[in-house]
Design a protein around this ligand. Structure first.
Ligand SMILES: [Zn+2]
Length: 239
């Protein structure tokens, strides 16, 4: 992948919400812009795991803190370790029957997440999500709105969505070496990859600055060089 494309992706995602960043990062894989919002969240995240492997390699090292004792816990895994293939097509609708209710729904898409980012509270966000993902709901013969569904049906819906699109919520099983506490943490590939791209771009801009300063080369010429050549010249400049 060309350095200039990565810098352009960083520029596009900068100042944007996580949902929009998720969509714009897919552009680096050549996914057509019109297709991106219709991908399920799990499909989006599976592609972003591919992208992470291509850009920075498969090995992930992350740091979190133990919810029990607050100790810093480092975890290492490969992107393939957190892949959870869906049992079928996660963009397809499904039917749920529970407690006399019949609901036709689909799991959230990458586009839904963008639309939900304007919600002003968690309950408003949940209501908006149901409004988008519940296509029809009936109690016996009567139509009901998504908001009228009881909590039990909402919980069943969430469980079914997670079942048909498991990659949408990537969980890591963690344990604390200090206090022994075990817990599950969510691995958010969008924010993780964005942070890596941000760090990488800032480092690259420093390199460009060093070479442009020393040799007077243009940014485009420096970005077009291989990382190995940039690094050779930087070694000379820093001598
Ligand atoms: Zn602990």
């Amino acid at each position: 992948m060309h350095a200039a494309d990565l810098v352009a992706a960083w520029e596009e995602g900068r100042g944007r919400t996580p949902g929009r960043r998720g969509l714009s990062l897919l552009g680096l894989l050549g996914v057509d812009a019109a297709r991106r919002p219709g991908l399920s969240v799990g499909q989006r995240d599976a592609l972003l795991l591919d992208l992470r492997g291509q850009l920075f390699g498969p090995a992930v090292v992350a740091v979190t803190s133990c919810p029990g004792c607050g100790e810093r816990v480092e975890l290492g895994f490969d992107v393939d370790d957190v892949r959870v293939p869906p049992p079928g097509d996660p963009t397809e609708t499904f039917e749920l029957r529970h407690d006399g209710y019949t609901v036709r729904a689909r799991p959230p898409t990458a586009g839904d997440l963008v639309a939900l980012e304007t919600a002003r509270s968690a309950p408003e966000g949940r209501a908006a999500l149901l409004g988008r993902c519940v296509l029809s709901a009936r109690c016996g013969d009567a139509d009901v709105t998504p908001a009228e569904l009881p909590d039990g049906v909402h919980a069943e819906l969430a469980a079914r969505m997670a079942e048909v699109d498991p990659q949408a919520d990537t969980r890591l099983a963690l344990s604390c070496p200090t206090c022994g506490r075990a817990w599950a943490a969510t691995f958010d590939i969008v924010s993780f990859l964005w942070q890596e791209l941000d760090d990488w771009t800032r480092g690259l801009v420093q390199d460009v600055h060093g070479l442009a300063w020393a040799y007077g080369w243009s940014e485009a010429d420096i970005l077009a060089m291989s990382p190995a050549r940039r690094s050779l010249y930087l070694d000379l400049v820093r001598r």
